[in-house]
Structures are given as C-alpha cells and as structure tokens.
Design a protein around this ligand. Sequence first.
Ligand SMILES: Cc1ncc(COP(=O)(O)O)c(C=O)c1O
Ligand SMILES: N[C@@H](CCOP(=O)(O)O)C(=O)O
Length: 547
Amino acid sequence: MSNGTNGQTATDDAADSRNASQRYLSTRGDDYDLSFEEVVLKGLATDGGLYIPEAVPEATNWQSWKDLSFPDLALEVLSLYIAPSEIPRDDLKGIIDRSYSTFRAPETTPLRHLHDNLYLLELFHGPTFAFKDVALQFLGNLFEYFLVRKNVGKTGTDRHHLTVVGATSGDTGSAAIYGLRGKKDVSVFILHPKGRVSPVQEAQMTTVLDANVHNLAVKGTFDDCQDIVKALFADPDINSTFNLGAVNSINWARILAQIVYYFYSYFSLVKSSGLTLGDKVRYVVPSGNFGDILAGYFAHRMGLPIGKLVIATNENDILDRFWKTGRYEKKPAKGEEAKGGLAVDGVEAHEEGVKETLSPAMDILVSSNFERLLWFLAYEFAAVAGMDDEWNRKQAGQEVSSWMKELKSSGGFGPVYQDVHASAKRDFESERVSDAQTVDTIKSCFRKVDYVLDPHSAIGVTAALRSMDRAQEPHISLSTAHPAKFAGAVELALKDEAGFSFEEKVLPPEFLGLEAKEKRVTDVVNDWKAVREIVKRQVEEELKGLA
Ligand SMILES: Cc1ncc(COP(=O)(O)O)c(C=O)c1O
Ligand SMILES: N[C@@H](CCOP(=O)(O)O)C(=O)O
C-alpha cells in the first residue's frame, strides 16, 4: 500500500480485490480499510476526519481517454476508485448515464474561449445551474443504488432509511434537493443561513415540496450550519439510530465526481486549440470549502499535466492567508496584513466572523476539505524519514488530528513546517479578490467579450488574469454558477452598461416565476440540539407511515 500514485488501472481490478485506491481511510487515522460504499454512506469518519483513498491511482492511460464523452470518461475515472466487486461496471455506467442525462449541454461541462490564453469551464448546465449538480446528481443516484440493494426483500421499518443532513450557502442545498427529491428511503434536511443566500437560491430550495425534503433556515452563518451538521454526525445517538448521510463535500463521492471535469476540459482544450497532449495548463478555481480545487489536485496526482492550481478566494480569505503565511487561522494574527501583503485591494481588514460579500456561496470561514490536503502534505513530510507506509500514514493522521484540535481550541494553527508549506506552494498558488474587483471583472468581461459572469466565476477570472501575468500556459478558469442565480451582483455591475438587459441576456426560462411559487421552510435557532430534535421528530413521523 502506498499513498503515492500506485499505477493501478481499472483493468487490474479483477485480478486485485485489494486495490489501495479503492479502499479508504480517515484523515485522523482511527478509521481505515473501508469500502467505497461504507465511506459514501457514512459521510464523515467516526473520529471526525474526512475519508480519502489509501492511494491515489496513477492513470497511466489517461491520454487514451481524449475522445470519450463526458459519461464515458467519468466511467474510466470513477472505476479507478470503486472496485467492480462493489459496483459492477455496467451498474456504474447506468448510474453515471442517468446522472448526466439531466444536463442541458451536450458536452455536460463545455469549455468556452474568453480571450487570449483564457478559457472558461462552464459547470452550470445541470438542473440547479451550479457546479454542484455534477457531483450531486451522481450522489443522489448512488444513494438510491445502495439503498435499493440494501432493501431487497425488506418491508416497513426493516428497510434501511438514510437521513441526509447538509449545510449550504445556497448551491449545495438546491443541488442536493434536486438530486434526492422523491427518492425512496431517504429524508433530506438542508440547513441554510437565513437571509444570507440569494433569492433565487432560496426559492430553488424552498419551493420543492416533496414530502422527503425539509429546509431549515438557521439564524446564523454558513459556518454555523456546517458546525451543526458536524455536531449531528458526532452524536452517536442520532447518527447510528437514524443513519445520517452527507451531501456536503465532506462526502468523498462529491470530490470524486468533480475530478472528471478536469480531465474533460483538458481534452476539450487540446481539441479546440493548438495544445498538445502533455502540455501544461493552469486551473483557476473560485474556492470556499476547498472541494472543487481538491478534485483538481487529485486529477494532477493521477497524471493530468496541471501547471498550477490557483485558488481564488473572496474577502473570506483563510486559504489565501495560509498560502501566504503558512498559518491557518480564522482571524489573521495582529500585524499580519502588512507582512502577508493582505488588504492589497484596499478592503479593510477582518471582522470577527465571516464577511458578507457579493459571492455569498464562498462566504466561509473554515474550508472543510483543506483537511484532506493537509493529510497529503503531512504524509509527504513523514515519508522523508524513509519508514514504511503504515508509519507514514500514522504520522499523517496524528499530525492532522493535532492541527484540527488546535483549530478547534484556538481558532487556528501554524505556521506549519517550512517543508509542508513548500509542498503546498509547489502545486498551488492563491489570490484574494475583493468585491470591488469582482464587479470590475464582471463589467470588463461584458465589455470585452459580451459575456456575463456570475460573481463567483468573476473571482476566478480576476485571479486568472493575475496569474496570466506570471505564467504563459493556457488558463482554465472554473465557472461555478449561472449569473441568474446572483441577480443582485450582476445588476450592480452591469445595470448601466449599454446593451445590457438582465431579462434578455441572463434570465433562463426555468427561473421565471420561481420566487412566487409556494414555499416550505422552517426557521430554527443556531443550536445543534434543537436541530437534532426537529430531525428526529420528522424522520420518526416519516417512518411511522411505513410501519
Ligand atoms: C458558485 C460557487 N462557487 C464556488 C464555490 C466554492 O467551491 P468549494 O466550496 O468547493 O471551494 C461554491 C460553494 O461551494 C459555489 O456555490
Ligand atoms: N458553497 C457551498 C457551501 C457548501 O459547500 P460544500 O461544497 O461542502 O457542500 C454551497 O453552496 O452550499
């Protein structure tokens, strides 16, 4: 077993039932040797860590995937992480085909040339118009597949019932709801920060009236919602009795499904430009919880020639500060602004908590998936000692646990060892983008190429333009949401531009009349025990109907 690339391919699977890239362990070390099904259904590890594969598979034949359709490419990538003994290849193909048949674009995730060396990867052609659909359409069908299999021949309360709890700053919630609405044996509870998601996002979630869908509006921030979800997972009472399931990117399946579009967009670029297979490309990713860019890190480790992964944050910049200082802290240390070159855009320093910005889906104080990257960095650091893999993994788990304990007790940790920071800088760069710069980019992109960016994608494009001053490689910037989801920011930027009309240029027919539809939502206080009682009561009610 190794956590370096292991050279195994899907075709080796039949011969090897103990393929390390298809077995999973927790970033905190106490949970290991789990199957894909176990980690998908559990979501969060019992020790509070996140699941990762024991090894990153090397896609030795990745060039041969160049002409595959999106679903066929997904099948190749996902097969490296899912043993056929768990999901036979034909079944996996069926799940994937169903998941991407709901997308409006024939290429699923089309690539668009903006100008010069800059390309935009449009990830918003799924049912809820945001990149989350790519993973959550798949995860919804995956949950259904596992539940149907578990429930063969079972009736009434003997049936395995999954209680999904998720936190959202707007996009995950609607994508999860659309992926799971009406599905048998699943109840879905989505927590969003009341008044801090856009009106369209709120309407997308709360106008779904299926009996298994429950929206909870929390008086607090997205981080409060995320903390409540993690507290529910940590509570043995509700977790084991109600079989909690995760739809946030703490669930490994979310990251896995997102790896596919890095490969797909690379091939799209090769086919549409003079790029040769093997040439390097930079990817720029608007980041909050660090799930989307982490998928790019996996693609890179699998062999995709990525020059750098460029993290683009808004003014909630914990990630950017880590890359600049080596410290991961909710609040910057006193005087850090000057040393770390923060507030370069004149935006005043940090408030106590999360800052409300024009890109609300990225208004996040702590990025949950960063823990996964930390594990790989700690593993690499441990490996220098020349001991065996088991020792390296143990060291990595211990290191991550102690960083996470410090984060919880004192709001941050670091600086990390110089070598750990250097490894992070080898693969990633980071940029922080203010609201003012976001608005400027939406304007300039409209003027230059008549294209309307949503504020999150504009953060990516701003970071990409800065990166293009440093590097000649082609840049693919991820467009994570459709602009119609964020009418306020788009109108703010473009209302005075000649030729701009929100209705004509932006609004898709699917959104017409959405906000006026009937809604169902429950207000809740920011208290995980209160949420636990609501979840219990509701699920008991739903299960009574089955008895
Ligand atoms: C539109 C949009 N862009 C970017 C992000 C950030 O992605 P991640 O949390 O995977 O870093 C999110 C939310 O997660 C989002 O909804
Ligand atoms: N931006 C997200 C926040 C949740 O992130 P996730 O990727 O961990 O689900 C959202 O839109 O809800």
